[in-house]
Design a protein around this ligand. Structure first.
Ligand code: COA
Ligand code: ZN
Length: 308
C-alpha cells in the first residue's frame, strides 16, 4: 500500500463546529480561536458562513469575525455561502475563498436551504462565475454524500450529478460530507474510487463526522484510495449536545496525531493544536468529544505526555 507523505487538513471548527453550539460564542473568542489555529501550521481554515442569520444565529457575527481577524499570509481562509447574497457579503468582508453547499438528498436540501437540489445548483452558476472573475477560490460541498437521516442511502449517480455540475462551474475542490455520520470504510473506498477518474484537476476532500464512530476508519479508507485532503474540527466541535452528547466532526488533533504516528506529515504542531482544543473547550463551556482532549496523549513507551 502506498501512503502519502503528507495530507492537507481543512479546519472547519469555527464554522461547522460553532454553528451548532447551544450557546453563542462571543465574536472575540471566535477570532481568538481562529488566530490560535492559524499559529499551529494549519494552512486552511473555514472561518464562518454568510447565510441567513435567522437560520444559523450562532454565526450571525460573520462580518465582524472576518473584519477583526488578523489574516496570516499563506493561510487560505474561507466562508460558507448559500446564495448570491452570501457571495456579496463574503466579497464585502474581504474573503478570497468561498464554499458552496448542496445536499445529495432532496429532503435534506429542502430542510437546510429551502430549495430543491436543482435550484441550488442553478443559483451556484452565477455565484461561481462572479467569484472566479474576481480570482476567488471555490470549494463545493456535497452534503449528506454518504446518507441522510430522512432518505437513507444516497444513490452514487446523485453524487456524480452534483460533482459534474460543480466541475462545469469550475470549482477547484469538492468536499464530500458525511454530515450524518453514516459512511463506512467500504462505502468510502467505493465512492472515492468511482469519483476520482471524473475529477480531472479538481481536488477531492473528505469531510467526516464521527457521529457513529466510523470517522477515523473512513479517513484511512479514503487515504488508501489516494485521498489527501480532510476536513476536521478542533476538539471535535460540531456535535449536538442535546438531548445527549453526539460526536461532531472528527477532531483535528485526533486526526493529526494519528497521521503523524503513521508517518504522514500535516505541517501542524500537535502541542499548539492541543492548546487550541483546550481553548475551544473553554469558549464553548462544555466537554468536547475529541478523543485526545479527553484521554491525553501518550508516547510510544506508553508514558503520558500530558494530563487529560
Ligand atoms: N445572508 C443574509 N441574509 C440572507 C441571505 C444571506 N446569504 N440569504 C437570504 N437572506 C435573508 C433575506 O434577505 C430574507 O430576509 P428578510 O426576511 O428580512 O427579507 C430572508 O433571509 C429570507 O430570504 P430567502 O431568499 O427567502 O431565503 P430562504 O428563507 O428561502 O432561505 C437560505 C434560504 C439559503 C438563505 C437559508 O435557508 C440559509 O441561510 N440556510 C443556511 C443553512 C446552513 O447554513 N446550514 C448549515 C450548513 S450545511
Ligand atoms: Zn459537516
Amino acid at each position: 500500500m502506498n501512503y502519502p507523505e503528507s495530507v492537507t487538513i481543512v479546519e472547519v471548527g469555527p464554522r461547522d463546529g460553532l454553528q451548532s453550539e447551544p450557546e453563542f460564542v462571543p465574536t472575540d473568542e471566535k477570532v481568538n480561536l481562529i488566530e490560535r489555529l492559524s499559529d499551529t501550521g494549519l494552512r486552511r481554515i473555514e472561518i464562518t458562513s454568510f447565510v441567513n442569520p435567522d437560520a444559523i444565529p450562532q454565526l450571525r457575527d460573520s462580518e465582524k469575525v472576518a473584519a477583526r481577524l488578523q489574516k496570516r499570509p499563506g493561510i487560505r481562509y474561507s466562508a460558507l455561502v448559500p446564495n448570491f447574497r452570501g457571495l456579496e457579503r463574503a466579497i464585502e468582508a474581504g474573503m478570497n475563498e468561498i464554499a458552496l453547499f448542496v445536499s445529495a438528498s432532496e429532503t435534506h436540501n429542502l430542510k437546510n436551504v429551502r430549495m430543491p437540489v436543482k435550484k441550488s445548483l442553478s443559483g451556484f452558476r452565477r455565484i461561481a462565475e462572479t467569484a472566479l472573475e474576481r480570482g476567488m477560490q471555490i470549494r463545493g460541498y456535497v452534503v449528506t454524500a454518504f446518507g441522510c437521516e430522512y432518505e437513507g442511502r444516497v444513490p452514487p449517480e446523485k453524487i456524480e450529478y452534483i460533482v459534474g455540475e460543480y466541475l462545469a462551474m469550475g470549482v477547484g475542490e469538492i468536499s464530500l460530507g458525511d454530515t450524518t455520520g453514516m459512511a463506512n470504510p467500504i462505502m468510502v473506498r467505493r465512492t472515492v474510487r468511482r469519483l476520482k477518474p471524473l475529477l480531472g484537476r479538481t481536488a477531492l476532500a473528505l469531510h467526516f463526522h464521527d457521529t457513529r464512530g466510523t470517522g477515523m476508519a473512513n479517513v484511512l479508507a479514503a487515504i488508501e484510495e489516494g485521498a489527501v485532503i480532510f476536513d476536521s474540527s478542533v476538539g471535535g466541535l460540531g456535535g449536538c449536545p442535546f438531548p445527549r452528547m453526539i460526536a461532531g466532526n472528527i477532531a483535528t488533533e485526533d486526526l493529526v496525531a494519528m497521521l503523524h504516528e503513521m508517518g504522514i506529515d500535516t505541517g501542524v504542531d500537535i502541542d499548539l493544536l492541543m492548546e487550541c482544543a483546550r481553548y475551544a473547550r473553554i469558549i464553548t463551556k462544555r466537554e468536547l468529544p475529541g478523543h485526545l482532549l479527553r484521554a491525553g496523549r501518550i508516547d510510544w513507551q506508553g508514558r503520558p505526555l500530558e494530563k487529560a
